[in-house]
Design a binder for this molecule. Structure first.
Ligand code: COA
Length: 196
């Protein structure tokens, strides 16, 4: 993924609990690669061939399972509580930079480009492509191989492109990724996680 900066921990012993208490597990010789200032909340799990960029936050109960193909989450993105990222045999799961993924979403073998917002409870299936700054509404179902164009709003089950987002809306959405970086930093700095 372009622009992804990863601090490669190869050769390090990865503790089970790191940077917030999330579980990091190698699988079949592949270790998750964790960038700088990553926050992994308790009960989150990151498994196998996974790369998390700098300033990524992975919230409570998230599962990121890179066991069949790889998963990447780009710099500054947040994956909110109880979301699942998994892959298809031929479909990695590639999330760009400054992406917001709402609570309880499922991203399966799909690509999400920079600065997208994926609504709470949305499901994005294999081979789907969500292009830059697009918004997938809460609860939407994005079918396999669907392409959501840049700066479009997709809603419904199955999802349809309902309209383009206005410049004002794009500005409003752009606030959330940096806000999550700040919230995650506050967790990292708090004394809730004394081992950090
Ligand atoms: C879709 C969304 C962006 C609102 O867009 P909007 O254009 O302002 O929508 P409005 O509230 O004006 O509603 C327009 C229509 O879409 C419907 N609608 C709103 N959200 C919808 C959704 N998620 N799925 C399907 N229909 C939706 C409304 O009921 C309304 O229908 P109507 O025209 O028949 O009355 C918002 O509802 C949403 O889903 N946001 C996602 C927030 C989120 O999960 N963020 C993640 C970080 S926490």
């Amino acid at each position: 993924m372009e622009g992804l900066t990863i601090q490669n921990p190869a050769g390090l012993v990865i503790p089970a609990c790191l940077k917030g208490g999330g579980l990091i597990l190698p699988f079949r010789g592949k270790h998750p690669l964790i960038g700088k200032r990553v926050f992994l909340a308790p009960q989150s799990s990151v498994i196998g061939e996974v790369a998390l960029g700098d300033d990524v936050s992975i919230w409570f109960g998230v599962v990121i399972r890179g066991d069949i193909a790889c998963i990447e989450v780009g710099r500054g993105s947040n994956i909110q509580d109880n979301t699942v990222l998994h892959v298809g045999d031929e479909d990695p799961c590639l999330v760009g930079e400054d992406v917001v993924v709402g609570h309880g979403a499922v991203l399966h073998g799909c690509r999400i480009q920079d600065r997208c917002t994926i609504g709470m409870g949305a499901v994005v299936l294999n081979g789907a492509l969500i292009e830059e700054e697009a918004v997938v509404g809460a609860g939407a179902l994005i079918p396999p191989r669907m392409v959501v164009p840049p700066r479009a709003l997709a809603l419904g089950q199955p999802a349809r492109i309902v309209r383009e987002l206005s410049a004002e809306e794009l500005e409003q959405y752009a606030v959330f990724a940096p806000k999550y970086v700040r919230v995650a930093e506050a967790y990292r700095q708090s004394d809730v996680f004394p081992d950090m």
